[in-house]
Design a protein around this ligand. Structure first.
Ligand code: HEC
Ligand code: HEC
Ligand code: HEC
Ligand code: HEC
Ligand code: HEC
Length: 488
């Protein structure tokens, strides 16, 4: 009897434990995958409102990307304006050209010198592109749409099922024609698989760019959607658009210049090899390059990337809605959300965290301003030399120096975190840029001037020697990293 009772009890306990385990699993599942199928989604459902029926919480946050709130260097300010025939918007973001008129000289002869604004939320990607003055001073190609509209289904349709074919076709169209093929700004389908909701990359520019980058690192035929880890995808979905790009050839193929790597020197070498220029500088005649939003490239040089922290960790942090843990689809400046964006990892107060960010940004801004002054001085000298009859041959070295310095300053200027994503890298780039610009001024004065370009022509230590120098034994190093130790 006793044995039987014990067996019954044990079985009961086991069943109870199993039931509890199932219940916990169900709860966990629910927390992880809050999915009540209201509508059937397909690989052709573009409209985010339809996705929103299944995922109302994410959709609600997604819609909030219309908000405009300014931080010291980011966010954006809602500036009311008189609508015109060309531009019916009643609100835009502040003009960066008005904030820093040096930019007009910096970009003289290029569309950016006519209109360049602080960027704002994802809700505006399509209308801001359609109505920028830059559409009126230049004929823009359909390739622009790649990052400003939900183009995945459009590409598939245009390519009769072949994404890349459709991409090629739309790239080459005039903007106005391509614009008729799209309806929505960045949408759910651009980052998610409609059946599994898993993250995926839909943009050919990134599919091809990351394949070229991996090939340069010895990994052939990389397929990001098959080979990337989940944590990598939490960065790659943003890297689809927040990157430096150019249009290759008369077919305007949108290309990310990563075949040599994604550090600025790799990118400059890439453009040197293919001889690409974005425009001819109106005041100096130099064939120059425009850097654009290299967030992905810069972030990759920083401590957070090195530590495996993804874009989504800071820009789409987890939040609780009842029992559910969801990703905040109100993508915005983390400084408007320090509590969830940073304090999950850093045991510092909100004020302290904000202070650390603005300290980095103030320092970067100071260097950026000095570098911009150096650029304006170089451009001024070159313009004066042209006025005095100097030829392309006389200014060959100065033009080369301007091209490099210009791209380097722009790389930090166009990067939207004002140094935060990779503070030392931003400072290094600006330091070199200032040197190149001042060398350019020397070259204007002495046509036989021999520039010190990168890789540095007169290194005091050969790079290979530097790399094999053994690190100091544990604890006896300079201690800049270990000091204090109260963080995190
Ligand atoms: C460790 C946290 C962190 C990570 C990781 C991170 N960012 Fe940021 N990002 C920031 C902070 C802080 C700012 C500065 C915001 C400000 O000045 O208001 C910023 C600024 C930006 C901005 C400008 C925002 C604005 O409001 O003007 C963009 C765009 C951006 N990041 C994109 C990215 C992308 C894309 C990635 C990944 C490739 C990334 N970030 C990774 C913290 C992060
Ligand atoms: C590789 C992706 C990509 C392509 C291609 C692209 N953009 Fe953008 N664009 C972005 C990102 C990311 C931002 C937000 C960050 C920023 O403004 O620096 C942006 C911001 C903008 C803005 C708002 C800020 C400003 O500059 O005034 C305009 C307007 C714009 N783009 C127009 C265009 C036009 C016109 C083209 C085609 C010549 C184009 N974009 C092609 C990614 C892209
Ligand atoms: C399909 C292209 C695309 C993708 C994918 C994309 N962005 Fe953007 N993002 C843009 C463009 C374009 C803008 C500028 C819109 C404007 O100014 O009208 C922008 C603006 C932003 C801003 C500025 C918001 C503000 O209020 O000032 C942040 C922050 C940002 N993106 C972060 C991210 C992060 C993080 C990811 C990945 C989770 C991401 N983006 C994915 C194209 C994209
Ligand atoms: C710019 C890329 C991007 C866009 C656009 C986007 N998401 Fe997401 N979404 C993410 C990321 C990143 C995650 C986190 C996924 C992970 O960690 O595996 C996520 C997670 C999710 C999840 C899983 C649960 C959660 O919240 O973590 C759902 C559901 C979801 N998104 C729905 C949507 C819906 C609905 C839309 C359109 C209204 C949308 N997403 C638009 C990037 C995006
Ligand atoms: C997912 C975790 C995670 C998130 C989220 C995160 N960080 Fe970090 N952060 C780290 C790690 C890891 C390091 C590297 C620190 C180390 O190894 O000592 C770091 C380093 C830093 C540093 C440099 C510290 C130093 O000593 O060099 C600053 C500043 C910083 N984070 C600020 C922020 C801010 C601001 C945010 C929010 C916008 C943020 N972090 C979000 C994990 C995170």
């Amino acid at each position: 009897m006793l044995l039987l009772a014990a067996m019954v009890l044990a079985a009961g306990a086991a069943a109870g434990a199993a039931a509890l385990a199932v219940n916990i699993m169900e709860r966990k599942q629910e927390a992880r995958n809050p999915f009540y199928r209201v509508v059937e989604l397909t690989d052709d459902t573009v409209d985010p409102a339809i996705w929103g029926k299944n995922f109302p919480l994410q959709y609600d946050d997604y819609k909030r990307t219309v908000d405009q709130v300014r931080t010291k260097y980011g966010g954006s300010e809602a500036i009311p304006r008189e609508p015109t025939a060309n531009d019916p918007r009643t609100v835009t973001a502040q003009s960066r050209l008005e904030e820093d008129p040096r930019l007009k000289t910096f970009w003289a002869g290029y569309a950016f010198a006519t209109d360049f604004r602080e960027e704002r939320g994802h809700a505006y990607v399509l209308e801001d592109q359609l109505f920028t003055e830059r559409q009126h001073v230049t004929k823009q190609p359909g390739a622009c749409l790649h990052c400003h509209a939900s183009v995945y289904v459009t590409y598939k349709k245009q390519g009769e099922g072949d994404l890349i074919k459709g991409f090629e076709k739309v790239n080459a169209m005039p903007y106005a024609e391509a614009r008729k093929l799209v309806e929505h700004p960045v949408a759910c389908i651009d980052c998610h698989d409609s059946q599994t909701m898993q993250l995926r990359v839909t943009r050919p520019g990134f599919l091809e760019g990351i394949r070229a980058l991996k090939a340069s690192q010895g990994v052939q035929n990389y397929d990001v959607n098959k080979q990337a880890t989940r944590q990598e995808m939490r960065t790659y979905v943003c890297g689809q658009c927040h990157v430096e790009y150019y249009f290759k050839g008369p077919e305007k193929r949108l290309t990310y210049p990563w075949a040599n790597g994604i550090k600025i020197e790799n990118i400059l070498t890439y453009y040197a090899e293919n001889g690409h220029k974005d425009w001819t500088h109106a005041e100096t005649g130099a064939p120059v390059l425009k850097a654009q939003h290299p967030e992905f490239e810069m972030y990759n040089q920083g401590i957070h990337a090195r530590s495996g922290v993804a874009c989504a960790d800071c820009h789409m942090p987890y939040k609780r809605e009842g029992a559910l843990k969801i990703s905040d689809h109100h993508v915005r400046s983390p400084l408007l959300n320090v509590n969830r964006a940073c304090q999950t990892c850093h045991n510092w107060t909100e004020a302290e965290l904000t202070q650390r960010v603005t300290t980095i940004q103030d320092r970067t801004f100071e260097l950026r301003n000095r570098a911009m002054d150096a650029m304006i001085a170089l451009i001024g000298d070159m313009k004066a030399a042209r006025g005095a009859g100097k030829t392309d041959a006389d200014l060959k070295t100065a033009m080369e120096l301007q091209r490099r310095a210009q791209f380097m300053v722009d790389f930090v200027e166009a990067e939207n975190s004002m140094g935060f994503h990779a503070p030392e890298e931003a400072a290094r780039i600006l330091g070199i840029a200032m040197d190149l610009a001042r060398q350019g001024q020397l070259a204007v004065r002495q046509p036989d001037y021999t520039p010190n370009l990168f890789p540095s022509t007169t290194p005091s230590v050969k790079p290979t020697e530097r790399e094999v120098t053994p690190a100091p034994a544990g604890g006896t190093g300079s201690g800049t990293q270990g000091g204090g130790g109260t963080n995190h």
